[in-house]
Ligand binder design. Structure first.
Ligand code: GLU
Length: 414
C-alpha cells in the first residue's frame, strides 16, 4: 500500500502533467515543473531531557524558484515522510503563483510527534533543524514559515539560531515570527481570514441563498488549530452560522450555532472541544453533516473515495493542504459540489507571510488594519483570476488554479 504522502505526491504531479498536456508544454518543461530543484534530507540528533541522544529525520525540499525565493512552511508530524514534504513543496509553488506572489515553492518537515517532547527538547530540535538548513536558506533564497504543529515561538528559535550562525540580523529569512521579533500583525489569523475572504467572494459570484431558516449559511469546520479556529471565529463574526467544529479528538455539533470563542475557552480548560455542549460528533461524522459549507482545516486525505458520496455540503473550502483525495475530488466535482482548492483557499497565510517579508526587508511596519486590507485586495484578486479562468475554460476551480499557476511559472522560465 502506498503511504498517504506518496499518494499525495503522485496526485500533485499527475495534476501538473495533466494541466501541462492541456497547455501543450514540451516534455522538458514539464520535467522542470514537476521535479524539485533541490531536496535536502538529513538526520538531526538532539539531547533529550533524560540525557540520552535521539535521532530524527528532517527535510527541506526546494521545488521551484522561477518566480522568486522558495517559500513554505515547516511541519512537525509523526507521519511526515519525504514524499509528503515534496508534494507540499510542489503545491507551494502552485499556491504562491496562484496568490500572485514573487515566490517559488518549498517545504520542510521533521518526522516527530511534538506532543511527546518537552519544551526544551522542542527548542533543541527546532534549533538543530535551523542549523542544518542555514546554509541553503536566506531572505532571497528560501524563506521558511510555520505549518502543522509549528508556531511563532518555534520560528523565533529558528531565526535566532540562523542569525547566530550567520552573524547578522536577517528578519526576512523566516516569516510567521512573533510580532516582537519582526513578525507581521495579522499573520496569526491570516490563513483563516483569507479563507473567509475567498468564501465571501465565491458566494457573491454564486449569488446563492442559504437554506438555513435564519438565512445564514451553515458551516462545519474540521480542525481547531490556528487555521480552523480563526476561520470559525471570523466566519461567526461575519454572520455565518458555525454549527460544528472539531479537534483531533472529536467534535461538537449544534444546529443552532456555536460561538467558536466560547468553544476555545472550553478547549483551553479541558484540552478538547468535545463535551462543550450540543451533540458530540466524531471527525468522520462532522464531514457528512447537513451544512452549506464544509471546511476541512486539519490534515490531508480526510475526504476520500469511501466517504465522499456521503458529503452533503454544496461548497467545500479546502483550508488544510490536500484534504480531498483525487478520487473524492472527481466524485464531488461531478456531483456539482463547488470545491475551492487549497492553493487558493488557504493562501492567506503565505500572502501575509509575503507582507511580513516586505515589512522585514523595508524595516517599516503596517498596522493590522493595513495588513488585513492588503490581504483582502490580494486574495480577492487571486480568486477573480481563477474564477474567470474556470468560467472561460469550463473547468473546476482546481484545474483553473493549476493552469493559471503553471502559466505564470513557465512564463518566468527561460
Ligand atoms: N504553511 C503555510 C502554507 O502551507 C504558510 C506558508 C508560508 O507562510 O510560507 O501555506
Amino acid at each position: 500500500m502506498d503511504s498517504p504522502g506518496k499518494k499525495m505526491l503522485e496526485s500533485a504531479q499527475a495534476l501538473i502533467r495533466k494541466t501541462a498536456e492541456k497547455m501543450k508544454l514540451d516534455e522538458e518543461m514539464v520535467k522542470r515543473v514537476v521535479e524539485p530543484e533541490f531536496a535536502h534530507e538529513f538526520s538531526l540528533t538532539i539531547n533529550m531531557d533524560d540525557g540520552k541522544k535521539k535521532v530524527f529525520r528532517g527535510w527541506r525540499i526546494q521545488h521551484n524558484c522561477a518566480l522568486g525565493p522558495y517559500k513554505g512552511g515547516i511541519r512537525f508530524h509523526p507521519d511526515t515522510v519525504r514524499e509528503e514534504v515534496q508534494a507540499l513543496a510542489t503545491l507551494m509553488s502552485i499556491k504562491c503563483a496562484v496568490a500572485g506572489l514573487p515566490y517559488g515553492g518549498g517545504k520542510g518537515g521533521i518526522a516527530v510527534d511534538p506532543k511527546k517532547l518537552s519544551k526544551m527538547e522542542l527548542e533543541r530540535l527546532s534549533r538543530a533543524f535551523a542549523a542544518r538548513i542555514a546554509h541553503v536558506i536566506g531572505e532571497d533564497i528560501d524563506v521558511p514559515a510555520p505549518d502543522v504543529n509549528t508556531t511563532p515561538e518555534i520560528m523565533s528559535w529558528m531565526i535566532d539560531e540562523y542569525q547566530k550562525i550567520k552573524g547578522y540580523k536577517s528578519p526576512a529569512t523566516f516569516t510567521g515570527k512573533p510580532v516582537s521579533m519582526g513578525g507581521s500583525l495579522g499573520r496569526t489569523e491570516a490563513t483563516g481570514r483569507g479563507g473567509l475572504f475567498v468564501l465571501q467572494a465565491l458566494l457573491a459570484k454564486l449569488n446563492q441563498k442559504s437554506k438555513d431558516s435564519n438565512d445564514k449559511f451553515t458551516v462545519a469546520v474540521q480542525g481547531f488549530g490556528n487555521v480552523g479556529y480563526f476561520f470559525a471565529k471570523l466566519a461567526h463574526e461575519a454572520g455565518f452560522k458555525v454549527v460544528a467544529v472539531s479537534d483531533s479528538k472529536g467534535g461538537v455539533y449544534d444546529k443552532n450555532g456555536l460561538d467558536p470563542v466560547a468553544v476555545m475557552d472550553y478547549k483551553r480548560k479541558k484540552g478538547v472541544v468535545s463535551g462543550y455542549g450540543g451533540k458530540k460528533v466524531t471527525n468522520e461524522e462532522l464531514l457528512i453533516l447537513p451544512v452549506d459549507v464544509l471546511v476541512p482545516a486539519a490534515l490531508e486525505n480526510v475526504i476520500h473515495e469511501k466517504n465522499a458520496s456521503k458529503v452533503k455540503a454544496k461548497i467545500i473550502l479546502e483550508m488544510a493542504n490536500g484534504p480531498l483525495t483525487e478520487e473524492a475530488y472527481e466524485n464531488l466535482s461531478k456531483k456539482g459540489v463547488v470545491i475551492v482548492p487549497d492553493v487558493l483557499a488557504n493562501s492567506g497565510g503565505v500572502t501575509v507571510s509575503y507582507l511580513e517579508w516586505v515589512q522585514g526587508k523595508a524595516g517599516y511596519f503596517w498596522s493590522e488594519e493595513e495588513v488585513n486590507d492588503k490581504l483582502k485586495v490580494m486574495i480577492t484578486r487571486a480568486f477573480e483570476a481563477i474564477w474567470e479562468k474556470s468560467l472561460a475554460r469550463k473547468m473546476p476551480l482546481k484545474q483553473a488554479a493549476f493552469e493559471v499557476a503553471i502559466g505564470r511559472i513557465t512564463a518566468a522560465m527561460v
